[in-house]
Design a protein around this ligand. Sequence first.
Ligand code: GLY
Length: 361
Amino acid sequence: MAEIVNVKVGDAPYDVVVEPGLLARVGGDLVSRLGCRGVGVVLDRSIETSVWPVVEASFPPRFSFYRYVLPSGEGNKSLDRVREAYDVFLNARIDRGTPIIALGGGVTGDLAGFVAATVLRGVPLVQIPTTLLAMVDSSVGGKVGVNHGSFKNMVGAFKQPEVVYCDPTVLRSLPQREFCNGLAECIKHAIIRDAPLLAELEENLPRLLDRDIDYLTTFIGRNVATKARVVQSDVFERGERAHLNLGHTFGHAIETVSQHEYAHGEAVSLGICAAAHVAARLGALDEADRRRIVALLGRAGLPTTGLDLDETVLYSAMLHDKKASGGGLKIVIPQGLGAATVREDVSRDLILEAINSLRSE
Ligand code: GLY
């Protein structure tokens, strides 16, 4: 059983293929799509001995690989690591037709995508995400980049992949914390565009947490389709794509100020709770629906309370986020369930109140 979502961006639509066991035949498929004889690979070190051998074996004999192994962790999403990758690929004398494969989670995909967007002024990019978060979110839509000092994702580009390959069976061995991180983005998709998915998640969360592969395949396909619809309508985030940032302005500040003690999905979970608090106070969300959102995030193993960071420090960090415009904050909030809106008129007091609401329910 496979799910294929065609992402229709500009004049270069691409497929996101979701299929159990796909990694064992990804090389053959890639060669027949792109007609290449060698690839650059940016590979997350944590899967070098588990996933990479499967992918490598799927390519034809005598195929050339130019590998850059990226140490794991958000701290490595940096220009220093980008330079190391440039060294590998330029010393190997890749040309403009040599694709770069991103094999790993969100950090790998973002960094590899940035390298592909910039080396030789751009080479083709292939995303092979190996975490739930990367499958449903970061590998689709073309946002790539790195952090700069304490500024998260502040250096980057839009670089759409040629194809995205998702094999849900790799999620079986994903640590629980990583898996739950991805669920935060899925719950976000449900809140902003797919209210029935919220009800389905409430019912079927145990199947996901058990890593039921058939169900995961359908579920990943549905999330990718939701994200694709939003991206297609606003590729460069001039309007509705910003809805995908629900929880992220609060979340990025929480990640930065906690020095990544909170993983991305965990920080986004708290950020969604804060945004739901703002929405409820502004009359955009029923209190019962706010409670539903918070309860689902909690059942998905994500934090919804217990924040212990200074609210004024967080507020300053939010002002540095690139989603702030002209010194003012843009806050995405749910507009009922299944829709969202961007508000630029949320007062500092209400933002501080929303942060403080994360200390205890
Ligand atoms: N992750 C948000 C976006 O792709 O726009």
